[in-house]
Design a protein around this ligand. Structure first.
Ligand SMILES: Nc1nc2c(c(=O)[nH]1)N[C@H]1C(S)=C(S)[C@@H](COP(=O)(O)O)O[C@H]1N2
Ligand SMILES: [Mo]
Length: 313
C-alpha cells in the first residue's frame, strides 16, 4: 500500500459544497416528503421515494466524536478501492462501469439458516441508523464519517451460526470487466476478502454499512453494502460485499496474505505497534493535515478492549 498523504489537498471551487448548504438541502428534501419528491423527479420517482423513506436514518446519539466531521466531498473523493485504481482521487471517476443494482448477498457456511438476501429486502429488513465514527487507515490518515447501516449482530442472529462456527468471512464482488484495477494489479489475490471472529462481529460497534452522509453509499465508498469496523484499520472495512461465510478455520484475508508483517490479521488500531515502514503513533486528519496522537483501538477501547484481554496481537 502506498502512502499518499493528501498534502496540499485542494478542491476545485465548484466541488466545495459547504456543509451548511448540504444540510439545508437535506432538510428541504425531508420537508417535501414522499409525494413531493416523486412528483419532482418524474421517471425516477420510485427510486427517489425509496431513498426518501430510508434516508436520512435516525442518528444514534450514543456514538459521539472528539473532532469535526470530514466534509462529504473529501470522504467521497479520496478513496481506497484497489479493484478500480490505486489513485485515491480517481476512484470516483473509475466506478462508472460498476453495476450495484440489482445486488445479492449470499450467506453460507456453518449456519442454521443459510440464505441469499436481495439487497433491496436486506436494507428494509434490518432497521437503519446513523452513527458518527472515527475512521483510521493503516496509511495513517484519518477522518470522521456519518455512516448509515445496521449492527452486524442483527444479521448474524438471523442466520444463526452453528456452535462450531468461529469466524465470519466477507467477500467483495469480482467483476474484472467492471473493475479495471483487477487487471492492472494481477498480483493481488482477488476477490478482496476480509474476516473477523464472530465474537468481534457481534460487538455493538460493528456495522454493515449501506449509507454515508444521510444517503445511500456512493460506489467509490463501497455501494451498496460494506463493513464498518471503527476500531480496526480501514483495510478491514471491506466494500461491496456479495458473500458472507461462517467458518471454523480462520479465513485468509487479502492484505494479510499479501504482506503479513505489514497488515496483521486482526489489524486493530494500535499506536504502539508500528508498521515496518512508518510509525502508527500519530495520524493525519484529512483534509487539513492536522496531526493527532493515534488512540488505542481508535478511541473505542471501552467498547472492545475486553475482546482482546490476555491476547497478544
Ligand atoms: N473491496 C475493497 N474494500 C476495501 C478496500 C479495497 O481496496 N477493496 N480498501 C480498504 C481500505 S485500505 C480503506 S482505507 C477503506 C477506505 O474506505 P473509504 O474509501 O470509504 O474511505 O476501504 C477498505 N475496503
Ligand atoms: Mo486503508
Amino acid at each position: 500500500m502506498l502512502i499518499r498523504f493528501p498534502r496540499g489537498w485542494e478542491l476545485p471551487e465548484r466541488e466545495a459544497t459547504p456543509e451548511s448548504l448540504y444540510f439545508s438541502r437535506r432538510c428541504i428534501v425531508r420537508s417535501m416528503g414522499f409525494a413531493g419528491i416523486g412528483g419532482l423527479l418524474g421517471g425516477n420517482a420510485l427510486a427517489a421515494t425509496e431513498g426518501a423513506a430510508l434516508y436520512p436514518a435516525k442518528r444514534n446519539p450514543k456514538y459521539t466524536l472528539d473532532r469535526p466531521l470530514t466534509p462529504e466531498v473529501v470522504a467521497t473523493g479520496f478513496n481506497n478501492f484497489y479493484e478500480f485504481t490505486l489513485d485515491k482521487q480517481r476512484v470516483r471517476d473509475e466506478v462508472y462501469r460498476f453495476t450495484t443494482d440489482p445486488w445479492k448477498v449470499k450467506v453460507k457456511g456453518l449456519v442454521n439458516n443459510p440464505r441469499v438476501y436481495d439487497f433491496d429486502d436486506l436494507v428494509r429488513r434490518f432497521p437503519l441508523e446513523e452513527r458518527l465514527y472515527r475512521f483510521r487507515c493503516v496509511e495513517a490518515w484519518a477522518m470522521a464519517v456519518p455512516w448509515t447501516g445496521f449492527p452486524m449482530s442483527a444479521l448474524i442472529r438471523e442466520v444463526d451460526p452453528l456452535p462450531s462456527a468461529k469466524y465470519m468471512r466477507m467477500v467483495t464482488a469480482y467483476r474484472p470487466e467492471e473493475m479495471p484495477g483487477i487487471g492492472s494489479q494481477p498480483h493481488y489475490d482477488w476477490p478482496y476478502q476480509e474476516a473477523m471472529t464472530i465474537e468481534e462481529a457481534m460487538n455493538e460497534l460493528a456495522l454493515f454499512g449501506t449509507g454515508i452522509y444521510g444517503k445511500p453509499l456512493p460506489k467509490q465508498n463501497g455501494a451498496p453494502f460494506r463493513a464498518i469496523i471503527p476500531w480496526k484499520y480501514g483495510l478491514k472495512n471491506i466494500k461491496s460485499i456479495v458473500e458472507i461465510e461462517f467458518t471454523k478455520k480462520r479465513p485468509p484475508t487479502l492484505w494479510n496474505k499479501a504482506a503479513p508483517t505489514e497488515y496483521g490479521w486482526y489489524s486493530n488500531v494500535n499506536p504502539q505497534k508500528p508498521h515496518p515502514r512508518w510509525s502508527q503513533a500519530e495520524e493525519q486528519i484529512i483534509p487539513s493535515g492536522q496531526r493527532r496522537p493515534t488512540l488505542m483501538y481508535n478511541g473505542y477501547e471501552a467498547f472492545v478492549a475486553e475482546l482482546y484481554t490476555g491476547k497478544e496481537y
